[in-house]
Write a protein that binds this ligand. Structure first.
Ligand code: AMP
Length: 198
């Protein structure tokens, strides 16, 4: 059973690392951003509701986000662990996740904080914009997303640090190198993948 959170600024490489770690630990990578994007692409009622927030680089309201995660964590594949990528991002979301975990009789193992300096993440996001054309990857929206992260999400690091859950990983470098850093830090905390799929 492995229950992990990935926190870090937009562009730090959370999504890429989440996929790799999920494979290694054989748990689902649950990305609220991916869930929202899927709904926007498919024009679902949820997608229509969240699109304007996402396009502006603003957070989707906690009530909506929390409900999505509560539903997703109830699915069978999350019963034996999960990796949350991009959730929680606000103190209200932390409270909701705490509630969900308590009601499921479980707790988090580790919070992985992936760091990257601002110039680097802006460069990465602009590159992704050119490659994938994400609507929220324009220079102006990127700046706003970084501000929102600093204001609303960076404070969560203190919350989880006070619980001694945070491991801080330098997100600069090749994808495999960063994964190795994370795996080494998790191993120090007694978390080792059973599979060697990487
Ligand atoms: P991401 O792919 O994680 O960068 O998320 C893309 C966008 O989805 C964010 O800029 C927000 O608009 C929205 N989003 C994703 N996760 C959350 C969350 N936990 N709380 C609020 N909004 C979110």
């Amino acid at each position: 059973m492995t229950r992990l959170l990935l926190i870090g600024p937009p562009g730090a490489g959370k999504g890429t690392q989440a996929e790799r770690l999920a494979l290694a630990f054989d748990v689902p990578a649950i990305s609220t951003g991916d869930i929202f994007r899927y709904n926007v692409t498919n024009n679902t009622p949820l997608g229509l509701e969240v699109k304007s927030f996402m396009d502006a680089g603003a957070y989707v309201p906690d009530s909506l986000t929390n409900a999505i995660v509560a539903d997703r964590l109830k699915e069978a594949d999350a019963a034996n662990g999960f990796l949350l990528d991009g959730y929680p991002r606000t103190t209200d979301q932390v409270a909701e996740l705490d509630r969900l975990l308590v009601s499921g009789g479980t707790q988090l193992d580790v919070v992985v904080l992936i760091t990257a300096d601002t110039d680097e993440v802006v460069a990465r996001l602009l590159k992704r914009a050119a490659e994938q054309g994400r609507a929220d990857d324009t220079a102006e929206v990127i700046r706003h997303r970084l501000d929102v992260y600093a204001e609303q999400t960076a404070p969560l690091i203190d919350v989880y640090s006070a619980r001694s859950l945070v491991v801080t990983i330098d997100g600069l470098g090749a994808v495999e190198v960063v994964t190795d850093r994370i795996l080494a830090a998790l191993a120090e905390r007694g978390l080792r993948p059973d599979s060697s799929t990487l």
